[in-house]
Design a protein around this ligand. Structure first.
Ligand SMILES: *[C@@H]1O[C@H](CO)[C@@H](O)[C@H](O)[C@H]1NC(C)=O
Length: 250
């Protein structure tokens, strides 16, 4: 009788106190819990320091992420990070580091999604199909776990209609069609805006700024202009919806 009581108490303990971290299913499959989504921003800082040269601007992303998943504060909307820079500037490294630090299985996590413009959305005329597909994927995944990371690479080669389809989800809204997106993180990667950045960098450099003095605010407006307005189609996008960061070699 006594042992039965102990077992019951133990069961209740496991079920309610350690419901997430000790769920036996989570030993064999990836779960939406702290073990599988550690959200380790210290690791992110370490990786950035060790592996990315001269990317001090990117560290702003770390603070944004840490604040976003702060358990004592409910974010009012998804976190949107946007990295721009010419090919090889390290923006893909940075997004991989983010995945590696936030998720135990990194880019292989089922909570991390990579969409590459030319691969996933190759035919512009098909945008309606893509929109629907993407919408149901985002919704389907968000319903299972709120801490999802969606990475959109080559957004400059992604039909603008696709980005417009995501817009409602990254706006200030509690819910979109019954789904709460506020805990999710969206990363946009593109090569656009880089010409402008280079020019501007040179200008500041000539004025005597050194790399470490260059602040995000020096680039924010510029990137807004360059990244989303280049063909006029992204215009809607250059609003405050985007937390603009850039990861080129500054
Ligand atoms: C989650 O997203 C992936 C694409 O990354 C998709 O293949 C999958 O079907 C989605 N899951 C649900 C339940 O919608």
């Amino acid at each position: 009788m006594k042992s039965l009581a102990i077992i019951t108490v133990l069961f209740i303990y496991i079920k309610y106190v350690h419901m997430w971290s000790y769920n036996p299913i989570c030993l064999v499959t990836e779960c939406c819990n702290k073990d599988h989504i550690p959200g380790d921003t210290d690791k992110l800082i370490r990786l950035l320091k060790e592996r990315v040269y001269g990317q001090h601007l990117v560290e702003n992303a770390v603070h944004a992420i840490a604040a976003h998943w702060n358990p004592h504060y409910k974010a009012p909307k998804p976190l949107v990070l946007s990295f721009h820079g010419w090919a090889g500037s390290g923006k893909n490294y940075v997004s991989n580091f983010i995945a590696e630090s936030l998720y135990k299985y990194g880019t292989k996590s089922k909570f991390v999604h990579l969409f590459v413009g030319r691969i996933h959305f190759p035919v512009r005329e098909e945008f309606k199909v893509y929109q629907q597909q993407l919408y149901s994927w985002l919704k389907g995944n968000m319903t299972q776990c709120s801490k999802q990371l969606f990475i959109f690479d080559e957004i400059d080669k992604t039909p603008p209609e696709i980005l417009n389809a995501i817009k409602p989800m990254i706006d200030y809204k509690d819910e979109v069609d019954g789904v709460d997106y506020t805990q999710s993180i969206f990363i946009f990667l593109s090569n656009t805006g880089s010409a402008l950045i280079n020019e501007h960098y040179e200008e500041l450099w000539n004025k005597g700024y050194v790399r470490e003095d260059l602040k995000l605010s020096h680039f924010e407006k510029l990137i807004e202009k360059g990244a989303f307005n280049e063909d006029g189609k992204y215009k809607d996008y250059s609003s405050d919806n985007l937390k603009i960061l850039q990861s080129s070699e500054f």
